[in-house]
Design a protein around this ligand. Sequence first.
Ligand SMILES: [Zn+2]
Length: 448
Amino acid sequence: MSNWLISGGTILTSDDAGTIIDNGYILIAENKIVAVGSGQPEISDVYQEIDATGMLVCPGFINAHTHLCMILGRSLGSDRTLLHWLSEAQIPLMQAFEPEDYAVSMELGAIENLKAGNTTICEVFFTPHYSDGVDEIAVNSLDKTGIRSILFRCTNDENFFDGFLETRSESVRRSEHLICHCQTSRTRVGVGPLVPWSSSPQAFEDAVQISQTKNVPLHLHTSETPEYNDLVRKRTGKSNVEMLADVGALGEQVMLNHCVHLSDSDIELIAETNTHVIHDPTSNMILASGVAPIPQLRAKNINIGLACDGPACNNTQDMIQTMKDAALLHKVVTRQPDILIAKDVFRMATRGGAKAIGMGDSLGAIQPGFLADLILIDTQVPHMTPLHDPIAILVYSARGSDVHTVMVDGEIVMQNRQILTVDEKEVLAKARERAKKACDRSQDRRKS
Ligand SMILES: [Zn+2]
C-alpha cells in the first residue's frame, strides 16, 4: 500500500465546519488521511503524487441503500408502482436467477457505483437462493472490486413470494455464519427482515438480537407506500414504525429506509430512539411512492443518509443525480428554495450515510484520522464552467460520469475512469449474457 499526496484541487472536506480549501493538499498514509491543508506540504517520506488541478476532491459518496442483487432486471417493468413492479416484473426474473448470476451482479453494481464516485454501498441483499450459499458469493464478489460495502442479509419468514422464504432458524444460522466468516476490513455484513409485512415479530426480534450480540447494523424497509402501511396495519394493528418499536427494532444501530408515509408520532419515535433514516428521492419519484417528510425529520435532528435504491428501479446508481433530486424535490413541494440546499444534500450523501452505518467518526469527511475514501471530479468541462460555488457545481451541474479518480481505503480503484480491480469489459459482457438467459428462463417458467 502506497502513501499518497493529492494536491492542487479544491477540497470539499465535509468536516464539521464544512471547510472548503482552494488549492489544497491531502496526505494519505496506508489507508488513512494524515494531513489536510492549503498549498504544498513539507514532506520527508516518499509519497506518490496525484495532481488534482482543475478537480474537486471530496469524500466518496455513501449509497446507503441499494439492491445490486436485482441489477439484471434494470429497466424491466418500468412505470409501475412498487408492488406491481415487484410482482409482475422483478420477482419472476429473480425466481429464474442461478447462483452464478450473483457474482456478476455484484461486480457490475460495484463498478457502476465506483464509476459514479460511490465508495461505500449498503447492499440490501435478498434472494431465493440462500440455500446455495449465494450470500457468500455476493460478499466475496463485492470485496474483489475494492468497494467498501455492507451487505445486509435480508430475508422473510412468511407471506412473501414463492421461493424467497427462509425459516427463522435457517436465517439466524446463515446470518451468523456470514458475519463470523466472511467479513473483511472493507466488506461488512448486516441483517434485517426484508419487508415488514412478510416477517413475523419473532423474525424481527431475531434480527435485533443478532445486531446487538454481533454488533452489526440493522437495515429495514419502512413505510414506503400507503399500500405497504395498510399491509402492516392489517397484520399488526399498528403503524410500521410502532410495530418496529414494539419488537425493539429502533435505535442507533438501525437504518430505516424510505420513511415516506410517517405520522407525527412515528417521527417522534424515530427521533427519541436516535434511529437513522435513509432517503431515496429518485426511487420514490420513479415508483410514485410519495415524498418523504425530510424537512420535518431534519427539524427533529434525525440523522439522514441518501441512497439511489436499486439499479432495477432507479435505473442508475448516480449519487450526484440523487443529491440533485433530493434538493429539487423538497424545494418544489414546499416552494421554499432554501428548504434543502446543496450543502445539506452533500452532507447527507457523505456524513449522514457514514453516521447511519456506525462509521461517523471515521468515514465521510476529508480530515486527519479518517479513512482515505475519496474521489476526484474533473471540472474542466463545459457544464461546470465557470465555477463560482463548488458545492452548487457538484450538486447541480456535475454528473457521476465526471468522476475521474476513486480511492477506497487508501487504494486507487479507478484512475482516469479506468477500473483497476476487475475487468470491466468482461463483467459487462457476462452481465448481458446472464441477464438474457435469466429472462429466457423466466419466460419459459411463465409458459409452463
Ligand atoms: Zn429497497
